[in-house]
Design a protein around this ligand. Structure first.
Ligand SMILES: [Zn+2]
Length: 104
C-alpha cells in the first residue's frame, strides 16, 4: 500500500503541474482526465507488482518447504528499478521482488 500511495502522490503532483501549465479551460479538463488516467494506470501497475511481491514473499515463508526466506542481495537494474533477492534457508529457492519485504 505504501508504493500505491507514493504513486498517487507523485502523479498527483504531475497532474497539478500538467493542469497549471495549460491555459485554456478545455485543455485543463483534458489535462485532468489524462492525468487521472495516467495515475490510475501507474497506480494499478505499482499495486499489481506489490501484490505479486506479497504473494511471492508469502510473509517470509518458503512455498516449497515452509523454510524461511533470508535476504541475499539487491541489484539495481535499468531505469533505477531495484530487485531484491531472497533465498530459502532450507531448500535454496530464490525469489525476486521489486520491494524490500518485511515480515509481519
Ligand atoms: Zn524452501
Amino acid at each position: 500500500m505504501i508504493s500505491f500511495t507514493m504513486g498517487l502522490v507523485v502523479f498527483g503532483l504531475c497532474a497539478t503541474y500538467f493542469i497549471l501549465t495549460r491555459k485554456r479551460k478545455k485543455e485543463k479538463i483534458k489535462g485532468v482526465i489524462f492525468s487521472l488516467m495516467l495515475a490510475t494506470a501507474v497506480g494499478g501497475v505499482i499495486q499489481f507488482n506489490f501484490n505479486r511481491d506479497i504473494k511471492k514473499w508469502n510473509n517470509g515463508i518458503c512455498t516449497n518447504c515452509n523454510g524461511t526466506y533470508e535476504f541475499t542481495t539487491a541489484t539495481k537494474s535499468y531505469k533505477s528499478y531495484r530487485s531484491y533477492y531472497y533465498t530459502c534457508e532450507d531448500c535454496g529457492k530464490t525469489i525476486e521482488t521489486m520491494h524490500l519485504m518485511e515480515k509481519n
